[in-house]
Write a protein of this length. Structure first.
Lengths: 116, 111
């Protein structure tokens, strides 16, 4: 079974440009999460989808970030316009949703975003 | 305030020795999870321990949980060079599933 995949693995853009990150969760997983690790700090939650609905987006830093999950399958995270402080590693994770509060979240390899 | 804090922040040991990392958290939990991140790679789930469990084993890993002290420890026995990585504890919030991560322990195994 394929794991969580993320694309691209690396992205280098200039300040003010737009970048879209993609995450493909494990097939059949209802829950999809985005996290990021900025400048070697702790990994922080961004948002949580249950199927196509945003369950919790309390971690989204500002309105320059837009996440979608079309049809409850893959998800995209768009940053527009990108700022220097957006640099970091963006992780996606998925879980089945069958054991509330006890599901293991399976993480993708992350997308390393560098904003110059 | 930060939910999870690992101790120590960095640890270097000789190959074959045991490595112990500690994690403290502040709120009530349903479970606590440990993850590993190798340099430049994604997070790998190592082990999940539920709040009603005190100890759990998986291969060379041993995790303990003390809910009265709000702390957990991860022991890696007979360390190998491949264990070099950053280790994070994480706890899900009650009522939702988002994980709160600690700052991590950077473990270096010296061959």
């Amino acid at each position: 079974e394929a794991g969580v995949t993320q694309f691209p693995s690396h992205s280098v853009i200039e300040k003010g440009q737009t970048v879209t990150l993609r995450c493909d969760p494990i097939s059949g997983h209802d829950n999809l999460y985005w996290y990021r690790r900025v400048m070697g700090k702790e990994i922080k939650f961004l948002l949580h989808f249950v199927k196509e609905s945003k369950q919790d987006e309390s971690g989204m830093p500002n309105n320059r970030f837009l996440a979608e999950r079309t049809g409850g399958t893959y998800s995209t995270l768009k940053v527009q316009p990108a700022e220097l402080e957006d640099s970091g590693v963006y992780f996606c994770a998925s879980s089945p949703g069958t054991k509330r509060g006890a599901d293991t979240q399976y993480f993708g390899p992350g997308t390393r975003l560098t904003v110059l | 305030s930060q939910q999870g804090e690992e101790d120590p922040q960095a640890l270097s040991i000789q190959e074959g020795e045991n490595a112990t990392m500690n994690c403290s958290y502040k709120t009530s939990i349903n479970n606590l999870q440990w993850y590993r991140q190798n340099s430049g790679r994604g997070l790998v789930h190592l082990i999940l321990i539920r709040s009603n469990e005190r100890e759990k084993h998986s291969g060379r890993l041993r995790v303990t949980l003390d809910t009265s002290k709000k702390s957990s420890s991860l022991l890696i026995t007979a360390s190998r060079a491949a264990d070099t990585a950053s280790y994070f504890c994480a706890t899900p919030n009650f009522g939702n599933e988002k994980l709160t991560f600690g700052t991590g322990t950077r473990l270096t195994i010296i061959p």
